[in-house]
Design a binder for this molecule. Structure first.
Ligand SMILES: [Zn+2]
Ligand SMILES: [Zn+2]
Length: 348
């Protein structure tokens, strides 16, 4: 089979590798019909994720068709159309039992294993461990181009942004960073009835998309960003401030927007320490949340996509074939400049 193989920092190649096969009775093999690229894949290629070693097949998002099943798999059969989520879960360990499979102890202490601890989804075939507890059947009226964004980006925006931020009806919410994940938070926020959703970004294309995805206001980053956002509230700041970038400056911006008693929900993947102004924040009764997605909201999101309430397909702006993997990465690496959000990659 062909697969995108990590060859050390800055290097990857679409090459022939041995076919994925069932290794454990709880495995299935899935033929990948649609995959995509995540910002995390770019971090890996920069050499930022030490656990990813040379020779690893990249990718942790896919929609595909089951081609082979292990002896103990009961819930899926050959030919089933399935969503392969970013998180793999055994369903039995303490963290799975408490609804936090992001830390599934059985699969390695972290639920994100595809393209990280085991071979990933940017390939013609992928081996899926713990298939019964990890895979989701895709309803007939949900397309591959919709379902693919439920593997990671939509659940991340929804769980780590909207749910962790505790968005409630009537709230005013700021989303700092309107890339794929910030926009995923905006796209799913309507479910909780926020009265005002303020998108903050430096890129005009992303701000336009944010308004199209359900934001009520767009603030372009400039010298007066914080004052501009506060002016859109009752003067006290936002109820929920979502950070979806992962830099110290953007988290500090998110922190300065929140009102007393509000929540700062950090989604961004940070690479350096951030100094929060605790001397000002301690007296504000502010909650700060952060974390890796559990993908436990996928059944909910699948229903909302199937019923037309969440137009997930809007996340996909560019489509490529497996042969164009390099070009897909090139476009995604400069997503804002290319007016790209997420890319869709199909076999042909
Ligand atoms: Zn990801
Ligand atoms: Zn587990």
């Amino acid at each position: 089979m062909k697969a995108l193989v990590y060859r050390g920092p800055g290097k990857k190649s679409w090459e022939d590798v041995p076919d994925a096969t069932v290794q454990d009775p709880t495995d299935v093999v899935v033929r990948v019909d649609t995959t995509t690229i995540c910002g995390t894949d770019l971090h890996i290629l920069q050499g930022d994720v030490a656990a990813v070693t040379e020779g690893r097949i990249l990718g942790h998002e896919a929609v595909g068709t089951v081609t082979e099943i292990g002896d103990s798999v009961k819930g899926f059969a050959v030919g089933d159309r399935v969503l392969v989520p970013a998180i793999t879960k055994c369903g039995r360990c303490e963290y799975c039992q408490r609804g936090m499979p992001s830390h599934c102890q059985t699969v390695g202490g972290i639920g994100w294993i595809f393209g990280h601890l085991i071979d990933g989804t940017q390939a013609e075939l992928v081996r899926v461990p713990y298939a019964d507890t990890s895979l989701y059947a895709v309803p007939d009226n949900v397309t591959n181009e919709q379902a693919i964004f439920l593997a990671d980006s939509l659940p991340t925006g929804y769980e780590v942004g909207v749910l962790a931020g505790n968005v409630r009806p009537g709230n005013t919410v700021a989303v700092v960073g309107a890339g794929a994940v910030g926009l995923s938070a905006i796209l799913t926020m309507g479910l909780w009835g926020a009265a005002k959703v303020i998108a903050v970004d430096s890129n005009k294309f992303r701000l336009e998309k944010a308004l199209e995805f359900g934001a009520t206001d767009a603030v372009e980053v400039g010298p007066g960003t914080v004052a501009d956002v506060i002016a859109l509230t009752d003067g006290l700041g936002v109820d929920v401030s979502i950070e979806a970038v992962g830099y110290p400056e953007t988290l500090l911006t998110a922190a300065s927007l929140v009102r007393p008693g509000g929540t700062i929900a950090n989604i961004g993947v940070h690479g350096t320490p951030v100094e929060l102004p605790m001397q000002d924040m301690w007296i504000q009764n502010v909650t700060v949340t952060m974390g890796l997605v559990d993908t436990v909201s996928i059944p909910t999101l699948l229903k909302m996509v199937a019923s037309g309430r969440i137009p997930a397909e809007k996340m996909g702006t560019h489509t490529f074939t497996f042969d164009q993997m390099d070009e897909a990465y090139r476009v995604f690496e400069s997503a804002a400049a290319n007016s790209a959000l997420k890319v869709i990659i199909n076999p042909s």
